[in-house]
Design a protein around this ligand. Structure first.
Ligand code: SAH
Length: 351
């Protein structure tokens, strides 16, 4: 029988499980939850205030998703730590810890691989291998907090995978990481980034989560967007913006738009002008990302001058524009590249 992923259970679910299935006292659930989500235990033997018998019972019925560090790169420039984790089925994923003045931010993966096919992104090259559980998303944050000894104050779902293509587990993760009985990270410090799956954005808006929604827009017209992102064939920019407006009405939080600049593709002043016009009437923040070249992909990074011109033009429209600071320039920090390199080296085949 497959063992139950105990880390993915909410507090209430764990209480039911402990009393109904394991036939133990209710207070045991509180102890176990605290071990898993506050003391960040990676195995049942650490749970020393439980009897040996109960620990054995847990071991027989449940599992704590494995998150084994197989590689760790530390930037000498800014202290960015890039983790390559191995999961129990042998798949590898990556997560990053970035240190900012306002706190430590962890970027997590939400799927093993990705099926969105964005043409500039390394994470999608081998397609989607499998979904990840909320427990596996939580354990990335937990293992990073333990290994680094740093308190994590922000989490961004911007690693490998499309979180809204793994909707239920992504939302479960957001609720559990902000649970006051767990790590209790404020929802205001959580960001979910999506390539723009419109029906799921509406659903997310109704979840009553005070998180930041980030949209990977990357183009100011549908034609260019379709060249960069296959998902643009399914949803038009206007449909995404309508969904964003609905999300804003429901949760009141300013939307972030990500815009990766590729030379000669989407980085002209005209494109900036069109983007500004598109966003009129929004409370917006645009995060410009000079595209990270990926060896299997043909996109080239915009030069510094074009980036600045783009920013100046866009700012005329009154929103907030930032240029994403490149973190960990000396380590392989571009999305999905460490994982690719590892898979190439170990000869791991992707499906
Ligand atoms: N699936 C989510 C999270 C993906 S990664 C999404 O699409 O939003 C987070 C951001 O990095 C996205 O905006 C993504 O489009 C962008 N990105 C991916 N590869 C990149 C690259 N090589 N250079 C610049 N940005 C990239």
């Amino acid at each position: 029988m497959e063992k139950t992923d105990i880390v993915s259970m909410t507090y209430e679910e764990l209480e039911n499980y402990v009393t109904e299935v394991l036939q133990e006292k209710r207070f045991r659930a509180k102890q176990i939850y605290e071990w898993l989500h506050v003391k960040l235990a990676g195995d049942f033997d650490q749970m020393t205030n439980l009897s040996k018998a109960l620990r054995e019972k847990l071991k027989a019925a449940c599992r704590i998703p494995e998150m084994t560090i197989v590689d760790l790169l530390v930037s000498e420039i800014d202290g960015t730590r890039k983790y390559l984790f191995q999961l129990e089925d042998g798949s590898v994923i990556e997560s990053v810890l970035m240190k900012y003045k306002h706190g430590n931010s962890v970027c997590i993966s939400s799927q093993v691989g990705c099926r969105m096919g964005c043409r500039f992104c390394a994470s999608t090259l081998g397609g989607l291998e499998r979904q990840m559980s909320a427990g596996e998303m939580l354990r990335q944050v937990y293992e990073i907090q333990k290994e680094s000894g740093e308190r994590v104050s922000n989490v961004v779902m911007m690693g490998t995978g499309e979180p809204l293509d793994n909707y239920d587990q992504a939302v479960r993760f957001l609720r559990m990481i902000s649970d006051e009985k767990g790590l209790n990270i404020s929802q205001r410090n959580l960001t979910l980034s999506t390539c723009g799956l419109v029906p799921q954005i509406y659903r997310l808006a109704d979840e009553k989560l005070a998180i930041t929604l980030a949209i990977s827009l990357h183009a100011s017209n549908d034609e260019t967007r379709r060249e960069m992102m296959p998902v643009a064939k399914t949803y038009a920019i206007q449909e995404i913006l309508d969904a964003c407006r609905y999300h804003y009405e429901k949760n009141g939080r300013r939307i972030t738009f990500e815009y990766s600049l590729a030379r000669g593709v989407n980085d002209s002043p005209q494109a900036a002008d069109a983007l500004g016009r598109l966003l009129e009437g929004f409370m917006w923040h645009v995060n410009l990302i000079p595209i990270n070249p990926v060896k299997e992909r043909s996109f080239v990074q915009s030069d510094g001058e074009s980036v600045v011109k783009f920013k100046n033009m866009l700012e005329k429209y009154g929103g907030n524009v930032t240029i994403r600071r490149e973190m960990g320039r000396d380590i392989q920090a571009a999305c999905g590249q460490l994982r690719r390199r590892y898979m190439d080296k170990s000869g791991k085949k992707e499906v």
